[in-house]
Design a protein around this ligand. Structure first.
Ligand code: MRU
Length: 354
């Protein structure tokens, strides 16, 4: 796959028949490229919960298409019954993962669209829902491009960049968020060296970011998460670029577990630490990071998932939070599709929506 193909990769899309959602199963990458065609509620829920589709923006796009496909299956005979079904399905999908705000953001948008279509015939309501989920997707494509342009102003040719987890085309649409400036700069003839954190326990960095950047032709080095400090200490990193799952009103940012550790190291080594994300990931209704619900996942993801045999005694207790919160004091800038925000974030983030 070339940089062109990576950039045009649709990790989520509506099927050609228009009644199901097609995704690349991200749990099978990089060894197998398997497409799933989903329309049953349990399969749609499972795809989010098991990270077959993952990354905050991709989850939002998926949820929009999913709710539309579920609405198509409705046999409700009147509008109140139809809305009852739509709200129930939205609540069900929303319960699949708690941290990335894009999930509830997209579902609320779809429900609001169906509400605004009250009084129309069912076929028209469904058409409105279809247009809304396609709009969510198209807006994300435009937002990723804008983030890539803004982010590119923060780095220069030859820089070393460290990234954690995966915030590329698979997690979003087209350019990605944290990887957007790198892909855009590379396309324009710039060279970067990217240090990719493996990202325990689910290896999004190793399996997905390495895959995307290798396929695009970008120069990368994969490191284990606990190697970030030595790489920074050698002067090889000029900036850290990470994505986000929810940015609170004060700039505190939830992202993949381990992100806050990278930010602490970056502060120690005096390396700028940048969060990149679309405005759909900024949640002004959540005052601070302490108000963000952090998803806890199955301990077996740590104990045995990637091993032939379990690497821990069965009785050993594990703590497996999927995200952590980086305090806003450690973030040099939050790069959005509407511009670059700096401290004080309570003001700069609010200004984005005025
Ligand atoms: O658990 P995941 O893989 O969905 O977590 C993803 C991340 O933490 C990403 O960095 C974030 O969603 C941003 S994707 C543009």
């Amino acid at each position: 796959m070339s940089i062109r193909e990576i950039k045009h990769l649709d990790s989520v899309r509506l099927s050609k028949r228009g009644n199901s959602v097609v995704i690349i199963d991200q749990t099978r990458l990089p060894n197998e490229t398997v497409y799933l065609d989903l329309k049953d509620p349990e399969d749609l829920y499972e795809a989010i919960h098991q990270l077959r589709v993952r990354g905050a923006p991709a989850i939002g796009i998926f949820a929009g298409y999913a709710l539309y496909c579920l609405a198509l299956q409705s046999t409700a005979e009147d509008y109140p019954a139809f809305m009852e079904e739509v709200r129930t399905q939205a609540a069900y999908l929303n319960s699949s993962r708690p941290t990335a705000v894009n999930l509830s953001w997209a579902l609320k948008r779809m429900v609001a669209k169906a509400e605004a279509s009250a009084g129309k015939p069912k076929t028209e309501i469904l058409q409105d829902l279809k247009e809304e989920c396609i709009a969510i997707h198209n807006e994300d494509i435009a937002m990723c491009k804008a983030i890539a342009e803004y982010g590119l102003t923060l780095i220069k040719d030859g820089d070393g960049i460290l990234t954690h987890c995966n915030a590329g085309p698979l997690a979003t649409s087209r350019y990605g968020t944290a990887l957007g400036p790198i892909l855009l700069g590379y396309e324009r003839g710039m060279d970067f060296h990217v240090f990719v954190d493996e990202t325990r326990p689910l290896l999004q960095g190793a399996r997905l970011t390495s895959y995307e950047l290798e396929e695009a032709g970008v120069d990368i080095t994969l490191i284990c998460d606990n190697m970030a400090s030595i790489v920074m200490s050698k002067g090889w990193v000029q900036a850290c670029f990470v994505g986000c799952d929810r940015v609170a009103a004060n700039g505190d940012t939830a992202n993949k577990i381990g992100t806050s550790g990278v930010a602490i190291l970056a502060k120690y080594y005096d390396i700028p630490f940048y969060v990149l994300g679309p405005t759909s990931t900024i949640d002004l209704a959540t005052p601070t990071g302490a108000d963000i619900e952090i998803e806890l996942r199955d301990p077996n993801e740590i104990k045995e998932k990637w091993y032939e045999k379990p690497m821990v005694l069965p009785q050993t207790r594990c703590y497996n939070p999927a995200f952590d919160v980086t305090p806003h004091e450690l973030i040099d800038a939050i790069v959005t599709d509407r511009g670059i925000c700096r401290a004080p974030y309570t003001e700069s983030l609010k200004a984005l929506f005025e």
